[in-house]
Design a protein around this ligand. Sequence first.
Ligand code: DCP
Ligand code: MG
Length: 370
Amino acid sequence: MQNSTESIRRKIIHIDMDAFYASVEQRDNPELRGKAIAVGGSPEGRGGVVATASYEARKFGVRSAMPSKQARQLCPEVIFVRPRFAVYKEVSQKIREIFRRYTDLIEPLSLDEAYLDVTEDKLDIGSAIEIAKQIKQAIKDELQLTASAGVSINKFVAKIASDMNKPDGLTFIGPSGIEAFMEKLAVEKFFGVGKVTAEKMKKMGLFTGADLKKLPEDEMIKHFGKAGRFYYQIARGIDNREVQPNRETKSIGAEDTFAYDLTEIEEMNIELDKLSQTVCNRLQVYQLKGRTITLKIKYSDFKQITRNYSVSEPVCDFEVITDAAKKLLLATNPEGKRIRLLGVTLSNFGEIAPKQKKPEHPDQLELFEE
Ligand code: DCP
Ligand code: MG
């Protein structure tokens, strides 16, 4: 947009598969088609959480990360299906092959989601909307699955756009529409704004992009630290983050900002168990093991520290990861301190070939799956 550093206007597509795991299961098992299904959780609906739900199950309110028991209560006929990670990974690779017909500037965010920079496309199509249409069609024809696409001039707007007309959507937000679009956007939709920051913003009377825009940059930084600078720009529709190809998974982590500061070690350990479990689940999807466990702590005064511990053999075990995180925590003398955020990350992946060096990442907020 009105940013002097951005000399060429970029064409960015964000693609996200619809109800990804569930759609793959319905595709491969005709008996599940048209039915309310939940992938993950326990088949009896006792333990575990739902990874994702089919659109039929979503009508009843079944959602990702919901305990199976609750899913069963909301939708008694829901069918629990065991996840098949290897199949999702394979589909993910095929989607990427389709993307590569158009551009090499592909940045996968997860198995089912990627940014594409098609400012210059290999087939000289020129129109990003046309490319998005062709990609969606190829995914339908070749993989019998649907995807939703968002097309815009930057990553943030493209990502929000891809979510607007799910499933099977294609949403274009052009330069002239961005400003009005951002003004109406709820603060919790802004990139990097989690539930705690959203609450804080609402307490300050900030509910939409239009409200955020009223705050000068120094005020934003005062209230939200480093992220404030990014919010200031994004509220104006400016997002200069580049699409980063070759962005390998260098680490897998999870973090949580708490609704209130933690002061008791027991509470902290419970949170470390939850975070370590999330990390383990993601390691399973990516089939990775790592040697270095990193603990991140942010105190109530926003001061942040990280501590890490390396083991001799790559691991992906919950026990090892959570134990290491707890030991790292103890070594920081947490008694009496007020902790607002904890994070657990595993890195230093053993089996993967050496990578190119990652380009300098301007985005301070994207801390995971680097
Ligand atoms: N996933 C998971 N646990 C979560 C969220 C997601 O295991 N808490 C998995 C299952 C999803 C896949 O990641 O199928 C992709 O996540 P999305 O958020 O894109 O969700 P879906 O693709 O399932 O649905 P949507 O149509 O809303 O994109
Ligand atoms: Mg998806």
